[in-house]
Design a protein around this ligand. Structure first.
Ligand SMILES: Cc1cc2nc3c(=O)[nH]c(=O)nc-3n(C[C@H](O)[C@H](O)[C@H](O)COP(=O)(O)O)c2cc1C
Length: 435
């Protein structure tokens, strides 16, 4: 099975410069630096490499939006906040192949004519931060970074910035505010970061995984990379699989791999021989799928067609023993806690939805609460500065709509439909939760 970004994971000391170089890392820099920056952007556009942080915006097109005539410096900001519950992919890259990330940053900065990059890493990620900082130090000492990148007439500095554990700071404009030393509140867009980003200068914000694929686009060429994936979704990507499967973990597979195949062939099927009940396909913000919907190809367009999202490709699998209302409370609490409070619909709506779900679970639910939840969620949706409001509302709408009888049964009886114990599942490391 072809592997790209995870190819070196498992090799002893893969995070060190010597081992990384021996396994191909930095081999694409020379080729890239001999190309015209515009030609790299064109190749990345052709590759159909999508933004893998969540929104799926085509990477090359984003780069092409930088103003051509601005006298201001340009920046690359690398998003390593990885806050989406169910998502544990960027940390693997940072821990096991930080030099691959640096290689991707070098090529991207050259393509967008930037001489300074920031890597914003979530505060809890001690080992990833240590590994990335160590790799930058090694690369500087070896002349891979600095005034003359690998001896060429191109200067590049990379600075690591440690976040403080706020989910909202993964949203690109909050991240920029936080990077500037301010409170992490989202900015109104437009202007988009490409025009006014870090310090109001033209800035590209890309995810760790997105940038780690860039060397492979250069190595194989945009068309060949595109051909590895599905239509308009180029290459491979890393799916984080957690919950009730026999083999939770991270799996690098082609874009468009059917969800059923990921769950049953790669993640070993449902643990304990139980039945599949539901799946979150793309991090907790992605609308839930029922067991009947898992033949979907895992790419941005196919999931959008059935009303969900590929997002960060954090797949969370629920078996038949999982109580949907109880699991939704975990998510609702998370979003209420992480709402930055700037927009009233999100601040009030997330707290209100949490309160209603809690009262259903406490046995005090009212008939009409399922409709109340959907109504409140619809009033949050699209009415906030950033998409955190949508991220909180979409699960409520889809979970209540698809599993309405379970909510109503709980409201009527004041307890769960099934009396099975509520077991524990792990959806990402920060979010080991009881559902
Ligand atoms: C609430 C919220 C949290 C987000 N968290 C992350 C994150 O942790 N990591 C990430 O790369 N993108 C995250 N995003 C998406 C970013 O805003 C942005 O789209 C992304 O970093 C762009 O990089 P990409 O185009 O390579 O995906 C988040 C968005 C929202 C609305």
């Amino acid at each position: 099975m072809l592997k790209l970004v995870t190819k070196n994971i498992g090799i002893e000391n893969s995070h060190t410069l010597a081992v990384a170089k021996a396994n191909g890392v930095y081999s694409r820099v020379e080729k890239a630096l001999a190309m015209a920056p515009e030609a790299i952007v064109e190749d990345v556009i052709k590759s159909n490499l999508r933004g893998l942080g969540g929104a799926g915006f085509p990477a090359g097109r984003k780069w092409s939006f930088l103003p051509k005539d601005s006298p201001k410096p340009r920046y690359l900001v690398v998003n390593g906040d990885e806050g989406e519950p169910g998502t544990v992919k960027d940390k693997y890259i940072m821990i096991h192949d930080p030099h691959l990330l640096i290689e991707g940053i070098i090529i991207t900065c050259f393509a967008i004519r930037s001489h300074k990059a920031f890597i914003y890493i979530r505060g809890e990620y001690d080992l990833p931060i240590e590994r990335v900082e160590g790799a930058i130090a090694e690369a500087k000492a070896a002349g891979i970074l600095g005034e003359r990148v690998m001896g060429r007439d191109f200067a590049l500095d990379i600075v690591v910035h440690r976040g403080a554990g706020a989910y909202i700071c993964g949203e690109e404009t909050s991240l920029l505010e936080s990077l500037e030393g301010k409170r992490g509140w989202p900015r109104l867009k437009p202007p988009f970061p490409a025009v006014e980003g870090y310090q109001r200068c033209p800035t590209v914000v890309n995810n760790i995984e997105t940038l780690s694929y860039v060397p492979f686009v250069i190595e194989m060429g945009g068309q060949a990379f595109a051909d590895l994936g599905s239509e308009r979704n180029g290459g491979l990507r890393i799916y984080s699989v957690s919950g009730r499967v026999n083999k939770p973990g991270v799996y690098e597979l082609p874009m468009g791999t059917p969800l059923r195949q990921i769950i049953y062939d790669h993640a070993g099927g449902i643990a304990g021989g139980r039945q599949l009940k539901a799946v979150i396909p793309g991090g907790s913000s992605a609308p839930i799928l029922t067991a009947a919907e898992i033949d979907v190809p895992m790419d941005f367009d196919s999931l959008a067609k059935i009303g969900s999202m590929l997002g960060s490709a954090g797949i969370v699998v629920f078996d038949e023993t999982v109580s949907i209302p109880a699991a939704l409370l975990v998510l609702a609490r998370f979003y209420a806690h992480e709402s930055c409070g700037q927009c009233t619909p999100c601040r009030e709506g997330t707290a209100w939805m949490t309160k209603i779900i809690q009262r259903i679970l406490d046995g005090d639910g009212r008939m009409g609460d399922a409709d109340n939840l959907i109504r409140i969620a619809r009033n949050v949706l699209g009415n906030t500065i950033c998409p955190l409001g949508d991220a909180a509302a979409l699960p409520v709408i889809s979970w209540v709509t698809k599993f309405r009888p379970e909510f109503e049964e709980w409201i009527k009886r004041g307890r769960p439909v099934s009396q099975a114990p509520i077991p524990v599942t792990h959806i990402g490391e920060r979010t080991a939760v009881a559902v």
